[in-house]
Ligand binder design. Structure first.
Ligand code: FNR
Length: 369
C-alpha cells in the first residue's frame, strides 16, 4: 500500500520491529497524557488563510545559526537508530543531507560522531547528555567539534529518565550486538540488563543530576560551538537560557518521554517566543507530523521544527529511503500549506495567519440562579 503521510510509518514499524524496540521508540512517560496532547493540541489552532496572492513561487529556505537549509524542518536526536535499521544513523545523516537540512546526532547514537561525519557533507548538530565524569563530556564535545558538527544541543530535561512503563515491562536494554558508539572506548558503551529499564539504570549511574545553569556557562568555556538549550517549556527558563549565553532554545518535552502532564510543546511555544524577545531563535519539537503543524509552529514564532519518531519509524520501514520520504512528504505538505494560506516565503508567515482557541474570549460560567 502506498504511503501518503508521515504517520503511516508507525504501523509499519510496529509490524517490523521487535516489541522491545518498537515500544522504546513509541512510548511516552507514565499515563502518556502529554504524548497524545503533543498531537491533539495542533487541532486547537486553525488557519486564517489569505487569498488571491500570487503563490506560483514558494521559497521555504531559511538560515539556522548562520547555516542555510532548504526548509525549516530538521531532525531531532533520537538514540540507538541501529535498532531500527542496520544503517541506523548513517541512513539518517544521508537522508538529511540529501534534503538539504540539519540532522542532530544523539549522544546515545549507535554510530560515532566520526562515523556519521564520514558519510559525507552535511550540516549536523550534536546532542549532548552531560555525564558525571566531565572529562568524558569535554572529550566528546571536542570530538564532535573536530568531526565538523556545527552546534551542541544540550538536553536539559533529563536529570533522571522519565518513567516509561513499557521499557520497564520489557526490561529494555541495548541489544548485545550494538553499543553506544560515542562511549565505546570509555567503557560506557554498554547498557547492563537490570530488573528495570536498562536505560533508566544507565542514566541513574552516569548522567549528572546536579546539572545547572552554571554548567551551560562551563560548556561555553570548553567549546566555541553555539549551544542550543533543548527542553525549555516556560518563559522563566527561556530568559535564563538567554542570560546563560544560549544561542537558541528548543521548546521540547522530549517527545513526552520525561515529565508527563507538561503541556504540548505547541502550547508552550508562544510564551517562550515572547520571553526570548527575538534575542535568540526558538525552535520546537514534539508531535510534528504534518506540513500544517510546521506552519502553525512558525506562525507562533518558531524559527524551525525538529522531528523525532517519524525518523525512527521510517528508518525501520524503509531505511534511508524511508527517512528521505518523510522529509519529502513534510516538505511538500508544508509548501502546499504556504500556498493555500497565501505565503510565499517564511517571513510572510505571521501570527495573523492562524487563530488559536486561546485567542477567543473565554466563555463565562453562568451566574448561579
Ligand atoms: C528521543 N529524544 C531524545 N532527545 C535527546 O535529547 N537525546 C536523545 O538521545 C533522544 N532520544 C530519543 C529516542 C526516541 C526513540 C525518541 C522518540 C525521542 C527526544 C527527541 O529529540 C525529540 O525531542 C522528540 O522525539 C520530538 O517528538 P516527536 O517528533 O517524536 O513527537
Amino acid at each position: 500500500m502506498e504511503i501518503t503521510n508521515v504517520s503511516e510509518y508507525e504501523a509499519i514499524a510496529k509490524q517490523k520491529l521487535p516489541k522491545m524496540v518498537f515500544d522504546y521508540y513509541a512510548s511516552g512517560a507514565e499515563d502518556q497524557w502529554t504524548l497524545a496532547e503533543n498531537r491533539n493540541a495542533f487541532s486547537r489552532i486553525l488557519f486564517r488563510p489569505r487569498i488571491l496572492i500570487d503563490v506560483s513561487k514558494i521559497d521555504m529556505s531559511t538560515t539556522v545559526l548562520g547555516f542555510k537549509i532548504s526548509m525549516p524542518i530538521m531532525i531531532a536526536p533520537t538514540a540507538m537508530q541501529k535498532m531500527a535499521h542496520p544503517e541506523g544513523e548513517y541512513a539518517t545523516a544521508r537522508a538529511a543531507s540529501a534534503a538539504g537540512t540539519i540532522m542532530t546526532l544523539s549522544s546515545w547514537a549507535t554510530s560515532s560522531v566520526e562515523e556519521v561525519a564520514s558519510t559525507g557533507p552535511g550540516i549536523r548538530f550534536f546532542q549532548l547528555y552531560v555525564y558525571k565524569d566531565r572529562h568524558v563530556v569535554a572529550q566528546l564535545v571536542r570530538r564532535a567539534e573536530r568531526a565538523g558538527f556545527k552546534a551542541i544541543a544540550l538536553t536539559v530535561d533529563t536529570p533522571r529518565l522519565g518513567r516509561r512503563e513499557a521499557d520497564i515491562k520489557n526490561r529494555f536494554t541495548l541489544p548485545p550486538f550494538l553499543t553506544l558508539k560515542n562511549f565505546e572506548g570509555l567503557d560506557l558503551g554498554k547498557m547492563d540488563e537490570s530488573n528495570d529499564s536498562g536505560l533508566a539504570s544507565y542514566v541513574a549511574g552516569q548522567i549528572d543530576r546536579s546539572l545547572s545553569w552554571k554548567d551551560v556557562k562551563w560548556l561555553q568555556t570548553i567549546t566555541k560551538l553555539p549551544i542550543l538549550v533543548k527542553g525549555v517549556l516556560t518563559a522563566e527558563d527561556a530568559r535564563l537560557a538567554v542570560q546563560a549565553g544560549a544561542a537558541g532554545i528548543i521548546v521540547s518535552n522530549h517527545g513526552a518521554r520525561q515529565l508527563d502532564y507538561v503541556p504540548a510543546t505547541i502550547l508552550a511555544l508562544e510564551e517562550v517566543v515572547k520571553a526570548a524577545q527575538g534575542r535568540v531563535p526558538v525552535f520546537l519539537d514534539g508531535g510534528v507530523r504534518r506540513g500544517t503543524d510546521v506552519f502553525k509552529a512558525l506562525a507562533l514564532g518558531a524559527s524551525g521544527i525538529f522531528i523525532g519518531r517519524p525518523v525512527v519509524f521510517s528508518l525501520a520501514a524503509e531505511g534511508e529511503a524511508g527517512v528521505r520520504k518523510v522529509l519529502q512528504m513534510l516538505r511538500e505538505e508544508f509548501e502546499l500549506t504556504m500556498a493555500l494560506s497565501g505565503c510565499r516565503s517564511l517571513n510572510e508567515i505571521t501570527r495573523n495567519h492562524i487563530v488559536t482557541d486561546w485567542d477567543l474570549p473565554h466563555p463565562r460560567p453562568l451566574p448561579r440562579l
